[in-house]
Design a binder for this molecule. Structure first.
Ligand code: NAD
Ligand code: MG
Length: 480
């Protein structure tokens, strides 16, 4: 029996049939999931609109709205192990990652934004008009469509849902078709937490469901995390009613390893940063600019570290590298990796799919990579690392130019003990997050998002409060 949609506080059958979600480690069907057709999308948007105008939500006091978010965080905590196992089954990520990153990260997001509800302040402005008070209010935008990808389904949904609710919006959630199960469970928990009917709606389905939401005149804002190609289509499709749009898109993130770097730390951090969730991380480091003096040592140690990773089902606690999410994505990774050797790169380790069952890919290292090769320019989103090099006498500016020679600008990392060089590189690289001597770890308190084709806007910290509110100025004349 297929799962249902959640619309206006009820679990209802979809008119669009269903779509299967698989366990990528076993290729078995986990569930048939409701497929929201156009009329279901209409119902979900109408429900969210009615809830937005309903005093039961609109007039909640900040402390009451905060209490709902705190309760949902507690419910995530109470069901942490169940959610972690569900995420691993549906997505493939190692159970330790599910527990520590996905589930704990989601709960912490709800707590963090629950704390914000009572701290969303306005300003007063020193206008040059006599006897008039001018102040600002931050008001919710309205109905928000939250469209999420398959790599961190629960956590990325929390990145959006927590601030959207904290600021008083209502939502329609559209999870990725490959990994909808933790979103469905989260919505059940949110209903248990006591959010008024219609505030949270769930429209599972595929890209066509997402497209119906993006085109819908009843949607005021779209927050999307996913591919750059779909992000561009969302910008075009949202023009009808000039929706507010936040986009977190792809990356091809450089990691610079200077001659004075602590190579063991760089190897450990880069393997962590390059292979977390099998490299299916938007901020994954995937192109390495290594000082020629350390190139051989770096390649040798990276290859040994990569080849030593234990592949397997994410449910096995010893697994370090789970499967890729789907057969389609495995084919995408294989296609890009296949360009490496013909274009002149040297395959040091890996390079092929692994295991008899499941969508596994070997941890892969290429050396001798040149800037224009496909494996240096295209987002692979797999456990594939491309090592390039630079000469000692190359100017830092040249390194900055090479790092910036991409349409993306999400993240970058620099491994060096020279803080002057680190800061020059950090200032010169056009990316939303620069990490110095560490892996790429988002944190709810710090801004997240991309320059250039890696996105629009920022999420997290106070930036998400901006992203989910409109500013209203009120002018009140009080005398002669
Ligand atoms: P995707 O763009 O194919 O799909 C993402 C979501 O959009 C899914 O829910 C999908 O059903 C929906 N969708 C597809 N077509 C749509 C359309 N025309 N209109 C509206 N919605 C549509 O992306 P993916 O393959 O699931 O995710 C991988 C991508 O996400 C990578 O490029 C990765 O870099 C990026 N990503 C970015 C971040 C970040 O924070 N910047 C985080 C995670 C993933
Ligand atoms: Mg799945």
């Amino acid at each position: 029996m297929a799962t249902k949609l959640f619309i206006d506080g009820e679990w209802v059958e979809a008119t669009g049939g269903s779509i299967a979600t698989l366990n990528p480690a076993t290729e078995e069907v986990l569930a048939e999931v409701a497929f929201a057709g156009k009329s279901d999308v209409d119902d979900a948007v109408n429900s969210a609109r009615a809830a937005f105008n309903n005093p039961a939500w609109r007039d909640l006091l900040p402390v009451q709205r905060a209490a709902l978010l705190f309760r949902l965080a507690d419910l995530i905590g109470a069901h942490a192990e169940e959610l972690a196992e569900l995420e691993t089954r549906d997505q493939g990520q190692p159970i330790g990652v599910s527990r520590a990153v996905s589930v704990q990260g989601a709960a912490e997001h709800f707590r963090y934004y629950a704390g914000w509800v009572t701290k969303i302040e306005g300003t007063t402005s020193p206008i040059s008009f006599p006897n008039t008070l001018q102040y600002t209010r931050r008001e919710p935008i309205g109905v928000c469509a939250l469209i999420t990808p398959w790599n961190f389904p629960l956590m990325i949904l929390a990145w959006k849902l927590a601030p959207a609710l904290a600021t008083g919006n209502t939502v329609v959630i559209k999870p990725a078709e490959q990994t909808p199960l933790t979103a469905i469970r989260l919505v059940e928990l949110a209903a248990e937490a006591g959010f008024p009917r219609g505030v949270i709606n769930l429209a599972t389905g595929d890209g066509s469901t997402g497209a119906a939401l993006v085109e819908h005149p009843g949607v005021d804002k779209v927050s999307f995390t996913g591919s750059t190609a779909v992000g561009k289509s969302i910008v075009r499709a949202s023009a009808g009613n000039l929706k507010r749009v936040t986009l977190e898109l792809g990356g091809k993130n450089p990691s610079i390893i200077a001659a004075d770097a602590d190579i063991n730390a760089a190897v450990g951090g880069n393997i962590a940063g390059g292979t977390l969730n099998s490299g299916q991380v938007c901020a994954a480091y995937s192109r390495f600019y290594v000082n020629k003096k350390r190139e051989d040592e770096f390649v040798e140690k990276m290859a040994a570290g990569m080849a030593g990773l234990t592949l397997g089902s994410g449910l096995d606690a010893t697994t370090q590298l789970g499967p890729l999410v789907s057969a389609e994505h495995l084919a995408h990774v294989e296609r890009l990796v296949a360009t490496g050797v013909p274009q002149g790169a040297e395959l040091i380790t890996g390079g092929a799919r692994a295991m008899d069952k499941g969508y596994f890919f070997e941890p892969t290292v290429f050396a001798g990579v040149k800037d224009t090769m496909t494996i240096a320019t295209d987002e692979i989103f797999g456990p594939v690392l491309s090592v390039l090099s630079y000469d000692d006498d190359d100017e830092l500016q040249e390194l900055i130019n090479r790092a910036n020679a991409t349409d993306y600008g999400l993240a970058a990392t620099i491994w060096t003990k020279d803080l002057t060089a680190a800061n020059r590189l950090a200032n010169g690289i056009r990316a939303g997050a620069i990490f110095i001597n560490m892996p790429p770890i988002p944190d709810m308190a710090a801004p997240w998002g991309g320059f250039k084709s890696s996105g629009w806007g920022r999420e997290m910290g106070p930036y998400s409060i901006d992203a989910y509110t409109e500013v209203k100025g009120v002018w009140m004349h009080y005398g002669e």
